[in-house]
Write a protein that binds this ligand. Structure first.
Ligand code: G6P
Length: 387
């Protein structure tokens, strides 16, 4: 084992703890901490992966701007956890750069004869860079004439080599089958991309860029504080495992976090969990709710907070037990929740990087408590290289 556990019980726990560093490394190439500005570094459109390091960063950024100026539609294609990072990317890119974004699961995209108009950017997200469906999707997009951009963790992986442009998660090797640090790093990279894209399209002023870059730079130290929920869930796990099912909900960029939280619980603890857009609750999931159902509500303070709270109250009125994630010392949430987990105050663009951490820790500890192999869940593989 080339990568050691460094005293942690599992690779997954080590990787959860590495997240502040991984996010810092993901942002570092693209932000200027003196001027709080973004210049995407060495994306290398039209260059081979081997040449990226040698590029003149300034000239390359000019080239990137030239390419991106011609883009009026984005597709984000990925599988699993990477797909949920892509969904967060959709909220970021649409809100900041005002460009329509479609997010697709690679295995769907490749077989549905997608319409890819000219001036489309097809972006793939893959930790391994070897996922068969994602690779097939990027090849197809290229054949159809789209400009492609990959976000990978493994440099020089197959998807990385096939793409026209290259962004990196910079997370370091991820061994645990369930992805953690690659997910948060990708959301950080997507923040940089969305800010850079918005600036060159003229949809964001300099003051906003500064504000967003500042909040992004604050994330690694904010993450450190949230990791303290490790101990909390170690204790709470024996009670939490008694629930029959878990319904994760959120709105806006917290919706993909609800999906990711539910995925983690399925992968690791083999418990039934669903991720839902909170506003959809009335269209089905409400019928599932009774006192044996846990409602996991991702409700950071943002422009959708009030709406999320009213969904939460509906769920609670049906007897559901609430586990909530909110911003700071939120007395209201604390009062209506069995378990309240606080994240520090952040901009909506970075909330998702913080809210997912308690969900990772909760799944990790539930799985440990139930005696499952968290680094190698049954029936799953780190990288799905065959269809
Ligand atoms: C597998 C892994 C997941 C991962 C997904 C996509 O299902 O277990 O953790 O999110 O593949 O992998 P990729 O390497 O393409 O991001």
């Amino acid at each position: 084992e080339m990568v050691e556990k460094q005293g942690y019980t599992h690779y997954m726990l080590k990787e959860i703890y590495e997240q502040p560093r991984a996010v810092a490394a993901a942002i570092e190439p693209h932000v200027n901490p003196e001027f709080f500005s973004v210049a995407l570094k060495n994306i290398g459109f039209g260059q081979s992966v081997q040449k990226l390091e040698e590029l003149d960063s300034k000239a390359d950024w000019e080239k990137t701007k030239e390419v991106l100026k011609n883009i009026d539609r984005v597709f984000i294609i990925a599988c699993g956890t990477s797909n949920y990072a892509g969904m967060v990317g959709k909220y970021l890119i649409e809100q900041l750069a005002k460009v329509p974004v479609e997010v697709d699961i690679a295995s769907e995209f490749r077989y549905r004869n997608p319409v890819i108009p000219p001036k489309s950017l097809v972006m793939t997200i893959s930790q391994s860079g070897e996922t068969a469906d994602t690779l097939a999707a990027i090849r197809m997009a290229k054949e159809m004439g789209a400009t492609t951009l990959s976000i990978c963790n493994v440099r020089n992986s197959t998807i990385d080599r096939e793409a026209d442009g290259h962004l990196y998660m910079n997370s370091g090797p991820e061994i645990g089958v369930a992805s953690t640090k690659a997910f948060t790093s990708t959301m950080a990279v997507l923040n940089c991309f969305a800010i850079g894209f918005a600036r060159l399209r003229g949809t964001m002023d300099e003051a906003t860029e500064k504000e967003l870059v500042k909040s992004l730079l604050a994330v690694p130290s904010q993450m450190e504080g949230v990791l303290a929920y490790d101990k909390y869930f170690e204790e709470a796990a024996s009670k939490l495992k008694l629930f029959r099912g878990f319904l994760y909900m959120g709105r806006g960029s917290s919706f993909p976090i609800a999906m990711e939280g539910a995925l983690k619980l399925k992968e690791l603890a083999y418990m039934h969990a669903e991720g839902y857009a909170a506003g959809e609750m009335k269209h089905g999931p409400l019928a599932l709710i009774d006192e044996r159902m846990a409602i996991v509500m991702v409700a950071p303070t943002d422009h959708l907070y009030e709406k999320t709270i009213s969904n939460l109250e509906e769920a609670r009125a049906r007897g559901g037990k609430v586990i909530s994630i909110g911003t700071g010392d939120n007395e209201k949430l604390r009062a209506i929740s069995e378990h309240y987990l606080a994240i520090p105050k952040a901009h909506w663009t970075t909330n998702s990087i913080l809210t997912v951490i308690p969900l990772q820790l909760m799944s990790y500890h539930l799985a440990c408590n139930l005696g499952y192999d968290v680094d190698q869940p049954r029936n799953l593989a780190k990288s799905v290289t065959v269809e």
